[in-house]
Design a protein around this ligand. Structure first.
Ligand code: GLC
Ligand code: GLC
Length: 649
């Protein structure tokens, strides 16, 4: 809606700002600003209206946007224009991602460039580099405690090396994603250092308090993220002689977004990095950015407004940049990070499909897809234009973040069921194949999450230890089946580095004093390239997993119906062990079907498939390219077998 106050404000200050910019190339910026300014203004007003300096801050925001627009390199502006014309650019079936730590993958950023052929070999064309910005040597939470947002950490290389990576990927039509840790900084960040020296301006960038009064009130509502290693949500800073809010580790200071300067600074950081050639930002810990006493300070409405502002302002400056929300929260809450518009996304473009991830592990442990089907069917539809990041493992622990009501509906007791899952996945249940470790057991509520690599959780480690060849085959089949789901479900598949080679748990983390108290390092491997070379040797688990993944990525690229256009329909085949869904586009149709049980399953294809618009008498599997024969009208699925069935060869 037209807002005369916003319009007047823009008219009043835009010419001043433009005069200072000294550039003739601003019409695209001005056009986008005119069309989005209402939305920006209203949100800024919602958060900061009462302040005396409201207009001054809004003007400062516009100046930051324009400065970054003027600084945006021509090649990136060109790609902005192309992407504006093709808003589906990141939802394509052509895209498959891999997330990795540049140093643990192959030494550093230059080492990454040396491995471009490897990504090609596999078919991966989107790289998510785990935190690469400067962070302290030890207290860094794997890079999630940033001390300088404008500098690549020297353990990975220099800003120049980073730009070279971005340019190389762009020339190869590959996408580059990096993390921006927007919720907190390291206690060694310049702002924190100034706050420690008593500078009130910078103390106001954080939540700091002279005594425990306010912290105590906050604590009543706040849960603990790292109860074992960082209990409580506040830390007393000796230098500052004040308490500071530290929801994650004690050295990660939470930024105070009730101060508009913080938002403007962080937007400036995002745009600065965008101008270095980043295509997608993984916004870390998005649920946490706004705090309110008396609440858990997660998923608050103001947090959404902050993310909408990041998105809107970036759209004006660099419309070819997309945002991914890392919101590992309740299923209904995750969807809200896409924005609540029914027309198009107005917040994040992507979000981690943590619900699918956790439910897949539930199905692996129980051999049943009942809870998964109930949980996924119940998810609200995401807005057009958005997509999921589908993944099985990442650098973090697995939280069993699905709803109790779906567990009950499937006939289990939620508390006992969750206990069973944790025990099963951490090798404490009689007969389990999974070998994970409990992460952050909280004796106050009995909760624990799970660490472990895909291969070890899927049973490969115990199988190799026992020397049982059938068990090895089963583990490999589980891994391949899980990869099949993330490659065919609607969204961008994100392979976790090392999983393509069936890498087992790395127990070495416990010898490293900077990692030993955080067992997430068990699944953050250093790639051994000699070992990786075995991926071409028949009979090796790494070969079986790598080639299967390679084949599925290629099959995905040849299947336009797998692009995410909210075109996914979960189908109930009346067999709780089987997870199936239809993906269709115009005349193209694929039925992805997966057997989560270690025995053969029979599906009455002649009776059910025609109803799904799939002829049962000419079935082909897109992955293998082979024709599938039925037996007496039934499709047979061997243990963990999966197909992408279609009628066209
Ligand atoms: C995110 C990261 C996690 C980190 C946390 C705090 O959730 O994925 O690794 O510990 O943020 O920054
Ligand atoms: C993030 C995630 C949470 C995870 C934590 C530490 O806060 O939301 O699920 O456990 O980081 O890894």
């Amino acid at each position: 809606m037209y807002n005369p106050t916003a319009h007047l404000f823009l008219r009043k200050c835009l010419s001043d700002i433009l005069a200072g910019a000294n550039s003739k190339n601003t019409p695209p910026f001005e056009n986008r600003l005119y069309s989005l300014f209402n939305d920006i203004f209203e949100r800024f007003e919602k958060l900061y209206a009462g302040r005396e300096d409201f207009e001054e801050q809004l003007k400062a925001l516009l100046a930051v946007m324009l400065r970054n627009y003027v600084a945006r390199p021509a090649a990136l502006r060109k790609s902005d224009a192309q992407r504006e014309a093709n808003p589906g650019w990141f939802r394509s079936e052509q895209t498959t991602g891999m997330m990795l730590y540049a140093d643990r993958f192959n030494k550093d950023l230059n080492g990454l460039i040396d491995k471009i052929d490897y990504f090609d070999e596999l078919g991966v064309n989107l790289l998510h580099l785990m935190p690469v910005l400067e962070s302290p040597k030890e207290k860094n939470d794997g890079g999630y405690a940033v001390s300088d947002y404008r500098k690549i950490d020297k353990r990975f290389g220099s800003n120049k090396d980073f730009k070279k990576v971005a340019k190389t990927l762009r020339e190869k039509d590959m996408l580059l994603m990096i993390d921006v840790v927007v919720n907190h900084t390291s206690d060694e960040h310049e702002w924190a250092a100034k706050a420690q020296q008593g500078d009130a301006h910078y103390q106001d960038y954080y939540y700091t308090f002279p005594d425990r009064t306010v912290p105590e009130l906050f604590e009543r509502g706040l849960p603990e993220v790292f109860p074992e290693t960082a209990p409580g949500n506040f830390t007393f800073d000796e230098a500052m002689q004040r308490w500071v809010m530290t929801v994650f580790n004690h050295y990660q200071w939470d930024l105070n977004y009730t101060n508009p300067k913080v938002f403007i600074e962080m937007l400036d950081v995002v745009l600065f990095l965008a101008n270095m050639g980043v295509d997608i930002f993984r916004m870390d810990a998005v649920a946490f950015v706004w705090k309110r006493m008396g609440t858990a300070s997660q998923n608050l409405p103001e947090a959404h407004i902050i993310h909408q502002l990041f998105k809107l302002c970036t759209q004006v400056v660099a419309p070819g940049v997309a945002f991914l929300a890392e919101a590992i929260v309740a299923p209904d809450e995750i969807v809200k990070y896409f924005g609540e518009s029914k027309v198009w996304s107005n917040e994040h473009d992507m979000a981690y499909n943590a619900t699918l991830m956790a439910l897949l592990w539930n199905s692996i442990a129980t051999h049943s897809t009942k809870v998964m089907q109930l949980g996924l069917r119940d998810l609200p539809e995401k807005p057009p234009g958005t997509t999921w990041i589908n993944y099985i493992r990442c650098h973090d622990d697995i939280g069993l973040g699905f709803e109790d009501r779906h567990i009950s509906e499937a006939g289990f007791d939620p508390y006992m069921h969750r206990r069973f899952l944790t025990r099963f996945l951490t090798n404490k249940f009689e007969g389990t194949f999974a070998k994970g470790m409990p992460f952050m057991y909280n004796p106050k509520n009995g909760d624990a999450r799970i660490s472990g690599s895909l291969a070890s959780l899927a049973g490969l480690e115990t199988a190799l230890e026992s020397g049982n060849r059938l068990a090895v085959t089963r583990a490999v089949d589980r891994i391949n089946m899980l990869h099949s789901v993330i490659l065919s479900y609607g969204g961008i598949p994100m392979v976790y580095y090392g999983d393509e080679l069936a890498t087992l748990n790395d127990y070495g983390f416990s010898d490293d004093p900077t990692h030993s108290d955080d067992n997430r390092w068990i699944h953050r491997p250093v790639i051994d390239w000699k070992e990786a070379a075995k991926r071409t040797r028949k009979g090796q688990p790494s070969q079986a997993v790598f080639t299967a993944l390679q084949r599925m990525i290629a099959a995905r690229k040849a299947s336009p119906e797998l692009a995410d256009n909210n075109n996914l329909e979960i189908v109930n085949l009346e067999n709780e062990h089987v997870f199936a869904y239809v993906r269709s586009k115009d005349d193209l149709l694929t039925l992805a079907i997966h057997n989560f049980k270690d025995t053969d399953q029979f599906i009455h294809a002649h009776a059910t498939f025609p109803g799904l618009r799939l002829q049962h008498d000419r079935l082909f599997d897109k992955i293998s390219g082979k024709k599938i024969e039925l037996e007496e009208g039934r499709l047979i699925l061997k243990p963990y077998q999966h197909y992408w069935l279609t009628n066209t060869q």
